[in-house]
Design a protein around this ligand. Structure first.
Ligand SMILES: Cc1cc2nc3c(=O)[nH]c(=O)nc-3n(C[C@H](O)[C@H](O)[C@H](O)COP(=O)(O)OP(=O)(O)OC[C@H]3O[C@@H](n4cnc5c(N)ncnc54)[C@H](O)[C@@H]3O)c2cc1C
Length: 337
């Protein structure tokens, strides 16, 4: 167990922010985690997965623990489904590839999302019409201070759009160490998205397979989203706002082509990227912080930006979207103050 001091988190966050953590260690099992915590019981704690949904605004004056609990175990099987218990430190996309290879369906639409398995339930990761809540059977977690162990079933996790109990009632309280997935042996393809249909047509793919769907998704993602290895970013910075139908109609009266998707509880979901683009931010730069030129929802580190530069830009964007549309954008990214 090595605890490093004054440790640069730059390689550990996809924004590439050079924040330092007072202490830093990795853990490969719950026992390690508990031991490290006991060594530094009073330090504020930050659990890190792949650092792909996090913005460090300044140095972290506490203990950062990077989750490296690994392992994929088949715990149950019936003619239709398989149950896999997966270590929270497994890389998400590598887990998707494992499922593709074994012909287990359900996560193919979530291909190439950065990060770890353990962080995925946090915000109920989603892409191309699928959310992870559809395949989560249960989540095992340990309390940061009391070390109480809990297993939450799917309902207990209170999943919503980019939400779960871990971002709300249990925020900063529990550390997820394993996630159990229920995957299908017979796929149900979810290819209704326009972009998926277009590529399937272009490539003349007539017989669908989970591999084919994954390849299409990877292709779309590579063409649309900046690769954090080349340009620092944390994916979508904001959530897509959900507004009342009356509010939506008032925007539509001014912007005839405003895109929209139905959302639960009779609300209307409007793409945040579209709102930001209308407010004139696409491709804009403010010092070393910028808005991506292809996808206005993605803020980028143009080289040596500090977390506070990215945050300041995000606040300006929020203000101008609010002024133009009376819509308050909420960050999807976890901002570490
Ligand atoms: C280019 C790009 C594209 C993206 N595309 C998508 C997308 O399509 N859909 C989507 O939903 N997201 C997307 N994201 C966001 C991100 O990939 C996901 O949110 C991912 O689940 C984050 O995983 P992580 O391991 O990197 O989490 P981290 O960034 O390390 O952590 C995120 C938060 O979870 C907490 N946390 C992490 N692990 C644990 C744990 N084991 N227990 C308790 N708390 C924990 C952290 O403290 C932090 O608050 C994208 C990001 C990037 C950079």
């Amino acid at each position: 167990m090595i605890i490093k001091q004054n440790f640069s988190l730059r390689p550990y966050n996809t924004f590439g922010i050079d924040a330092k953590s007072r202490y830093f260690a990795t853990f490969e099992c719950i026992e390690d985690l508990v031991k490290i915590k006991e060594t530094l019981p009073d330090e504020p704690l930050l659990i890190l997965g792949g650092g792909s949904n996090i913005l460090f605004v300044q140095d972290f004056e506490g203990l950062t623990l990077k989750n490296e609990i690994k392992g994929i175990q088949k715990i149950k099987e019936d003619p239709q489904h398989v149950w896999l218990r997966v270590g929270a430190g497994e890389n998400w996309h590598e887990f998707v590839c494992y499922c593709l290879q074994k012909q287990y369906a359900g996560v193919e639409n979530l291909s190439l999302i950065p990060g770890t398995v353990g962080a995925a339930p946090m915000q109920n990761i989603g892409a191309y019409g699928v959310e992870i809540k559809e395949v989560i059977h249960s989540v095992e977690a340990i309390h940061r201070d009391t070390q109480q162990q809990i297993t939450l079933n799917n309902q207990d996790c209170a999943f919503g759009y980019r939400e779960s109990i871990f971002k709300n009632k249990y925020k900063y309280q529990y550390i997820i160490h394993h996630v159990t997935f229920r995957l299908s042996k017979k796929p149900t393809f979810r290819v209704e998205y326009g972009a998926i249909q277009e590529i399937l047509k272009q490539k003349n793919i007539q017989t669908l397979s989970i591999q084919a769907v994954s390849e299409v998704i990877c292709e779309i993602r590579k063409s649309k989203l900046p690769d954090p290895a080349k340009i620092g970013n944390g994916g979508s910075f904001f959530k897509n706002p959900e507004i009342s139908p009356a509010h939506f109609e008032s925007i539509k009266a001014r912007f005839e082509h405003v895109p929209a998707y139905p959302s639960p509880e009779g609300l209307v979901k409007v793409p945040a990227g579209w709102l930001i683009e209308q407010a004139g931010w696409k491709g804009k730069k403010e010092g070393k912080a910028g808005v991506h030129e292809k996808q206005a929802l993605v803020l980028v580190n143009l080289g040596n930006a500090q977390g506070k530069d990215i945050l300041a830009l995000s606040q300006k964007i929020q203000d101008s979207v609010n002024e133009l549309f009376e819509v308050k954008l909420s960050p999807e990214i976890n901002i570490i103050p």
